[in-house]
Design a protein around this ligand. Sequence first.
Ligand code: ATP
Ligand code: PRP
Ligand code: MG
Length: 292
Amino acid sequence: MNSRPSDLIRLAIPNKGRIADPIADVIEKSGLHINGGGDRQLIAKTVDPHIEILYVRPIDIPEYVAQGVADIGITGRDMVAERGSDVVELLDLRMGKARLVIAVPEESEYVTLQDLSGKKIATEFPGITRSFFSDHGVDVSIVSVSGACEAAPHLGIADAIVDLTSSGTTLKTNHLRIIQDVFHSSTWLIANRRSLLDHKEKIDEISLALESVISAKGQCYLMMNIQRNQLDEIRSILPGLSGPTVMEVASDENLVAVHAVVAEERIYQLINLVKRAGAKDILVMDVQRMIP
Ligand SMILES: Nc1ncnc2c1ncn2[C@@H]1O[C@H](COP(=O)(O)OP(=O)(O)OP(=O)(O)O)[C@@H](O)[C@H]1O
Ligand SMILES: O=P(O)(O)OC[C@H]1O[C@H](OP(=O)(O)OP(=O)(O)O)[C@H](O)[C@@H]1O
Ligand SMILES: [Mg+2]
């Protein structure tokens, strides 16, 4: 695996699981189009002949990157912590957000961490769990499971669990109550230490491309025409990346075009405000990438 050409960067991404599609989507939007890919393929080429994709399980990505099988990788930060891999965390993609928590049956008497002393803890994260309890001086035994962890207390194989939660639905459905947070995770771009020195320019280029997609999320581009004398009022309404852009409209010397990047969640309110202030010909467009 390491006999690849020295000018070829290998990026490891999940081949399945809930973060696989969102990651592929960010890569696509970054302009790094993957040729083929998915469908049980292990390696795929990209639009850049110097970058190839390696599809593997999210839990294996930290070690593949640490060992240099891949130069960079995208996976959950929980996976990096669980494996204890020596990698550089480069960029938070701010997706796949989840909390790793300690939870107990709703009706149980356990309230604090110390109440779990001598108890059995079921988890898909034995590494993180073991060091967390040991750091807090609480002696527990770990029951390692590989899924459906929330069932463990009701099946009588554990007293508590350490598992991920995001919407909270699974804990609620299984009548479990959180007693403490252990770790906060999201999806990260990670790098091999050596590759970061040898291929700094190329890795920075990929990181910037991914970051520009993440920054553009939830943003849109608002365009409108206004009378020149309304400019001050419109300016006070619009935020904009570095103030709104104001341009001449060729057909009418009293009209100016105003463009601004605005948060999607504010667009409804902003359109009403600018309309009331006299704006017309309003257009709202998607922003694919934002590079400061
Ligand atoms: N409920 C969740 N919300 C957000 N992210 C999650 C959630 N569950 C898992 N993740 C994240 O998804 C990443 C991949 O996890 P995992 O390998 O378990 O895949 P999966 O999507 O859970 O699929 P499966 O468990 O079926 O293999 C992890 O980094 C994890 O933090
Ligand atoms: O708070 P929620 O939105 O309900 O999400 C939490 C669930 O998501 C993950 O399960 P996953 O789908 O990965 O299944 P698994 O437990 O079999 O890994 C996690 O292990 C929880 O069970
Ligand atoms: Mg899972």
